[in-house]
Design a protein around this ligand. Structure first.
Ligand code: NAD
Length: 698
């Protein structure tokens, strides 16, 4: 019956959980555990039962492959399985090594005894998916490790090493110095002891919690957790559930935990967190590049251009232990680039995040050069030079001459046509876009731009490499702006229209930030440089004279107000500080522009601001899906969650649209069209048809 084995070892029935990679408690495994328990009860030769995991885990919890499927809730459910174990007439011992998390820990807590090795990873991480442990974890953990530790573990979801919980009632014995094989031997010896000594069966549910300070502690916990969790309801509910383990009899506490669990599963915040969890896994998959596609070996990387991006990009690889050769045109530019990298590491060291030794190790992996000869051993070359097609052409023609056969040639371009860049070489199959975000050593997002000729093995290689440098890699087809910036352009375009019509930059930013964006669009534009958008718009005016734009952004740039780097933009900035200070001069510029355009300003609500900006993102996202530039809606959401400060609790623009309903989104767009720019608010065909069918993006 799959997933587990049942063996008799002397008088002990050994039930081995075997569902790689982490013995996820899927339906088949739960069924097997229950039937093995029944078999052990019925067998007179059995006097004790050991539950143990195969491989390197006891159990990582629910089987994520069954999430959101009927199997996840099918009988035997977690509750049933745990009740069967806990009600056993014969002592059940959990032998814990490796991961023991979520439902896996809840199962262990249903056992009568637990033995463990040091280094086992103990956690109830459900809160990270916006829920709480729903199979007794909140009621049983506090009974064995104490209320405060339980609250900490359940509210944070963090992993705690088993040895840190030594001395609590969670563990009856540590199997010292155990290799993985010894855990079973130790558990069997322990089982014999339990039987020989006729130790009473200990059921966690029967433990009475004695905690006189309960009220004060939970008051304190609610205050702290409430302030930290802000937009997420689950952490506070975790506190409530643990509080119930103190205040209520076990059965009532269990029912209360269940009630909270069911409530949380239905919240949009939990949906958003689960969406992001699965979105992260989904974006690594490319339908026509299956697992097992051959990859190329990347043991040396070269980066061309030691500017803002080149430096950050180099740090990613050095941090992962991969040597980097950094090429510049001139010695002083190279020295400057390397000095910035060193300064970055030194600042981490000052904050205690890096040792001197690690700093030295990383700098030793970095070699500067002015000569293309030094790139001939590189397995991957990433170009991060000026954003001019002529410069890119020079670099890629040169790379085509010097790079070794099979080297991957990547461009970090934000706006240029990757297919054209690939065309500068005689090996377009080796060319790919790796679009990092600034600061490249910090930002999680990496857009992987797939050119028309990009080889599948090249794609497979960079997707694998992205994991190694801890990036969320999302594949984008070739188009102007790729996924993220193409959507951003429409969002900013709406923002400028809002200024025309009567809003101020502060009002737009405040509304977006209140709604959850990490940074309002005008503050963000000041940070990135207003000249970038200006350059793009100037190109659009020529290429697409039919598209309407507000020119207010140009007026700002014409005054040299490029943002933080020039000390002024949509806001004012004091030297060395990043606070955005509202500037009456900007208000005057906007007022004058309105007069010039004959616009009478009106009062615009925060709701209208948010809807127009966010729906502009959604509509462009739908077009990207329609055109096949993005592979799936959740990829778009991952781009916005990891690269653009979109609020995690809303799950990304596409999920957000799904949660309010595409019908309502399309209806709102039609309303905006009726009130103003009809062309802008033409709903993407895909969205209009999904809305008509009552369907969603995801
Ligand atoms: P930058 O001006 O800070 O750095 C470019 C560096 O390239 C300079 O140090 C310059 O000396 C060097 N360089 C120029 N021509 C060269 C050549 N022929 N050979 C070797 N070195 C040369 O620019 P940046 O902001 O780092 O941008 C680099 C690339 O990254 C551009 O394509 C840009 O569009 C892209 N990008 C930038 C950002 C960003 O936020 N700055 C984000 C994503 C992508």
């Amino acid at each position: 019956m799959g997933n587990a084995s049942y063996q008799l070892q002397g008088g002990t029935a050994v039930i081995t959980l075997d569902n790689p990679p982490v013995n996820g408690l899927g339906h088949a495994l739960r069924s097997h555990i229950v039937s093995s328990m029944d078999q052990a009860q019925a067998d007179a030769k059995v006097s004790s039962i050991v539950l143990i995991g195969s491989g390197r885990a006891f159990s990582g919890g629910a089987d994520i492959r069954e999430f959101n499927t009927p199997k996840s809730n099918a009988e035997p459910t977690f509750q049933t399985m745990i009740a069967v174990v806990e009600d056993s007439k014969k002592p059940v011992i959990a032998a814990i090594g490796g991961a023991c998390m979520g439902g896996g820990l809840e199962l262990a807590l249903g056992c009568h005894f637990r033995v463990a090795v040091a280094g086992a990873q103990i956690a109830l991480p459900e809160v990270k998916l916006g829920i709480l442990p729903g199979a007794g974890g909140t009621q049983r953990l506090s009974r064995v490790v104490g209320v405060e530790t339980a609250v900490n573990m359940i509210v944070s979801g963090s992993v705690v090493a088993s040895e840190q919980l030594k001395g609590t009632a969670l563990f009856d014995e540590f199997i010292e110095g155990a290799q993985s094989g010894d855990l079973l031997a130790g558990a069997l010896a322990f089982a014999d002891k339990v039987v020989a000594e006729k130790r009473p069966m200990k059921r966690v549910r029967d433990i009475k919690i004695d905690y006189p300070n309960a009220q004060a502690f939970f008051q304190f916990a609610r205050n702290t957790v409430g302030a930290m969790a802000k937009n997420f309801p689950a952490p506070l509910k975790c506190v409530d559930a643990v509080a119930a383990s103190v205040a209520k009899p076990f059965a009532e506490g269990l029912a209360f935990e269940r009630k909270l669990f069911v409530e949380l599963v239905q919240t949009t915040e939990s949906m958003a967190l689960r969406h992001a969890f699965f979105g992260e896994r989904a974006c690594a998959k490319i339908p026509d590049v299956p697992e097992g596609t051959p990859t190329r070996k990347i043991s040396r990387v070269a980066v061309i251009g030691a500017g803002t991006m080149g430096g950050g990009i180099s740090m990613n690889f050095v941090n992962a232990g991969i040597p980097v050769t950094l090429l510049e045109m001139k010695q002083d530019a190279l020295d400057r680039g390397i000095a910035v990298i060193r300064k970055n590491y030194e600042s981490s060291m000052k904050k205690g995040r890096l040792t001197q030794e690690a700093l030295d190790g990383r700098m030793a992996l970095l070699t500067g050069t002015l000569s293309y000869d030094d790139l001939k051993d590189a397995d991957l070359v990433i170009e991060a030079v000026f954003e001019e097609i002529g410069v890119k052409e020079q670099v890629f023609r040169k790379l085509d001459e010097v790079a070794k056969q099979g080297a991957i040639l990547a461009s970090n371009t934000s706006t240029l046509d990757l297919n054209r860049i690939a065309g500068f070489t005689k090996r377009p199959q080796d060319v790919i876009g790796l679009h990092f975000f600034s600061p490249a050593n910090v930002m999680k997002l990496l857009e992987v731009v797939r050119g028309a000729a990009t080889g599948k093995d090249v794609l497979a290689t960079v997707m694998q490499l992205a994991k190694k440098i801890k990036k969320t890699a999302v594949v984008s087809g070739v188009c102007d702006g790729f996924i993220g910036n193409r959507m951003l352009e429409q969002y900013m375009r709406q923002g400028l229209f809002l200024l025309d019509e009567g809003a101020t930059p502060q009002q737009v930013d405040r509304a977006l930030e209140k709604w959850g964006m990490a940074m309002g669009m005008f503050r963000m534009s000041d940070l990135a440089g207003n000249d970038i958008g200006w350059m793009i718009r100037k190109r659009r005016y020529v290429e697409h004279p039919d598209i309407s734009y507000s020119k207010i952004g140009d007026r700002i740039c014409e005054q040299g107000r490029f943002g933080q780097k020039t000390g002024s933009g949509w806001y004012l900035y004091q030297a060395g500080r990043r606070d955005a200070i509202p500037d009456p001069e900007v208000d005057t510029l906007i007022e004058n522009y309105r007069k010039e355009m004959g616009i009478t300003p009106r009062k615009i609500s925060d709701q209208e601001i948010v809807e127009r900006c966010i729906f502009a993102l959604v509509n462009e996202g739908a077009r990207l899906l329609e055109e096949g530039i993005a592979l799936r809606a959740s990829d778009i959401d991952m781009v916005y969650l990891t690269g653009y400060g979109f609020p995690l609790y809303r799950g990304g623009p596409m999920l957000y649209a799904d949660t309010i309903g595409l019908y309502s989104v399309v209806r709102a767009m039609k309303g905006f069209a009726a009130a103003g720019d009809e062309r802008f608010w033409e709903p993407a065909a895909l969205m209009a048809s999904l809305a008509g069918d009552g369907k969603t993006f995801n």
